[in-house]
Every structure is written in C-alpha cells, then in structure tokens.
Design a protein around this ligand. Structure first.
Ligand code: ATP
Length: 267
C-alpha cells in the first residue's frame, strides 16, 4: 500500500467576472492520479498555472476535490470521520514558499515550532523545551535561537524554522510547495541538503512542488509533470525525464540548458 494515493482527482474553481458573479467553472485538475511511497520524494513539476498548488491543497485536506479520492495511509481523507481525519492530519504537514507570511511575526521561534506540539501533544514544560532544542538542532539552528522573532532571522533561517515546525510531530508526508523557490542559490542548496538529510533520518516522504527542474531532480526519487491540470509525464528518475518526447517537458529542460549554456546535464 502506498503512503499516498491520488486517484482520478478532478477539481474546478468557480470563475467570476464583473458582469456575472457566479460564472462558469474552470477545471484546474483533470483526472489526476499519482502515488508516493513511504520514505520517497515525488517531484511535481509544471509551468505556472498547471494546478500543482491546487493539487497540494487537495492532498492537505484544504480543498475538497469535485471527483476522485485522496487515500492517505489507506484512508480516504474526505470520507473519513473527523477524529480519524485529525489523526491523519498530524502525519501530513506543509512548508510553503513565503517563509515570512507562513509565521506569526509576534511569535518567537519557540512559540512557532511549539504550535503543533501544543495542539497535538501533552508535554511537560521540560519535555516541551527539550523538543524545541532538538528541533532547532535538527534544522541546523541553535537552541539559543528559541527566543528570536521572525524579523531576526534571514529568509533561509526562517524557512528552517518552518521546516522545524513541519517535522515537530514526526509526520509521514510533507507537502513542500515551492519551499526553496524564494531563497538565494546558497540557501536553496543548504535547505535542499537539509531536506534530504531529514528525509533519510526521519523516514519522511515529500511531495516537492516546484517549477525548478534542477531542484526537483536533486531531491526527488520520482517525477511527475503537469500541464493545464493534467499529468503529462510520470518518470521513475531523471533519465526518463531527459528522454521524454513531450514538447512541454522538452521546453522545461531547455530552459535549464539556456540558463546554463555550458551545462549539458541537470546535475
Ligand atoms: N482559489 C482560487 N480560485 C479561483 N481560481 C484559482 C484559485 N486558486 C488557483 N486558481 C487557478 O487555478 C489554476 C491553477 O493554479 P495553481 O496555483 O494550482 O497552479 P500552479 O501550477 O501551482 O501555478 P504556480 O506555479 O504559478 O504557483 C490557475 O489558473 C489559477 O489561476
């Protein structure tokens, strides 16, 4: 049994316009299926507007699909009872692109990272403090950073705080929605490396949503490419992606080669 199974998901948003408020529906996901195994990272690639973030929201239980199923640990997320859903939800976390808007600026690092622990665990003050120290250390920060506020961290450090919060409950799957896209190249490399390490040490699985083919290939075990709400390519590894004959995939790959004209590979 796969950790996550997305079965034939279709979703649309109600389009609105100035004259006709409840307009026609716009289909943004069309019969999408994919799966993620325990301990694996699936890279979800595609151009802007392909439906990647919408699929991420559907998987996180934030956007009920019109049709199809999200099976997480074998349970249909949208058909199960509220208590099972809450139990499953702790195993399903997310890190988003904008590290600053993902946190409350009035909370310090300890409060931000401790939020899921307060919601789901009954820890003594000492256990809570120890957990925060361990989480800060697992993302390469120091326990002394616990009292700092978001504005006192760099973008890369704050994204580490977001990652620490996401791993606090030892989840099974993390949806990383453009989680490294707003970081500079150096921080991007460091955070990708950290995510890879955490995946191994905690047995985590990721859905890594990105438009960055290089980043996707560096972290992912398998890759899916979407266009206009449909899956247009599924690859077991990057060599299959390179061999794809689909024009959109070729364009995605060409964009890397034109960025790095001397590079003949995506490594
Ligand atoms: N809440 C919403 N209401 C209406 N339309 C939406 C909503 N969210 C997204 N859309 C539309 O759905 C389509 C898919 O958007 P989505 O954000 O899922 O794509 P994406 O592949 O993640 O794009 P990007 O890489 O630019 O973030 C787009 O046309 C977008 O305008």
């Amino acid at each position: 049994m796969s950790l996550l199974q997305v079965n034939n998901v279709t979703h649309s948003y109600g389009a609105t316009n100035r004259f006709w408020r409840a307009g026609r529906q716009k289909t943004v996901l069309s019969d999408v299926s994919l799966s993620i195994e325990q301990g694996q990272c699936l890279g979800l690639l595609g151009t802007s507007g392909a439906g990647k973030s919408t699929l991420g929201k559907v998987i996180l239980g934030l956007e009920k699909p019109l049709k199809g199923q999200i099976l997480f640990q074998g349970v249909d997320l949208y058909e199960t009872n509220p208590s099972t859903r809450r139990r499953l939800r702790r195993d399903l976390q997310a890190v988003f692109q904008d590290c600053y808007s993902s946190v409350n600026p009035r909370m310090n690092a300890e409060q931000i990272i401790g939020e899921p622990l307060r919601n789901y665990e009954r820890l003594s003050p000492n256990e809570h403090r120890r957990s925060i120290s361990m989480l800060l250390e697992s993302v390469g920060l120091s326990p002394e950073d616990r009292g700092k506020y978001p504005h006192q961290f760099s973008g890369g450090q704050l994204q580490r705080i977001n990652i620490a919060r996401a791993i606090a409950l030892k989840p099974k799957l993390i949806v990383l929605d453009e989680a490294v896209s707003s970081l500079d190249m150096v921080n991007q490399t460091h955070v990708l490396h950290l995510l890879d390490e955490l995946k191994t040490s905690f047995g985590l699985s990721y859905l890594f949503i990105t438009h960055d083919v290089k980043a996707a290939c560096s972290l992912s075990n398998s890759l899916v490419v979407m266009e206009k709400g449909e899956v247009i390519e599924s690859c077991e590894d990057q060599s299959q992606l390179i061999a794809s004959s689909h024009p959109t995939v070729k364009k995605l790959l060409e964009s890397i080669l034109s960025e790095h004209p001397r590079s003949r590979s995506i490594n």
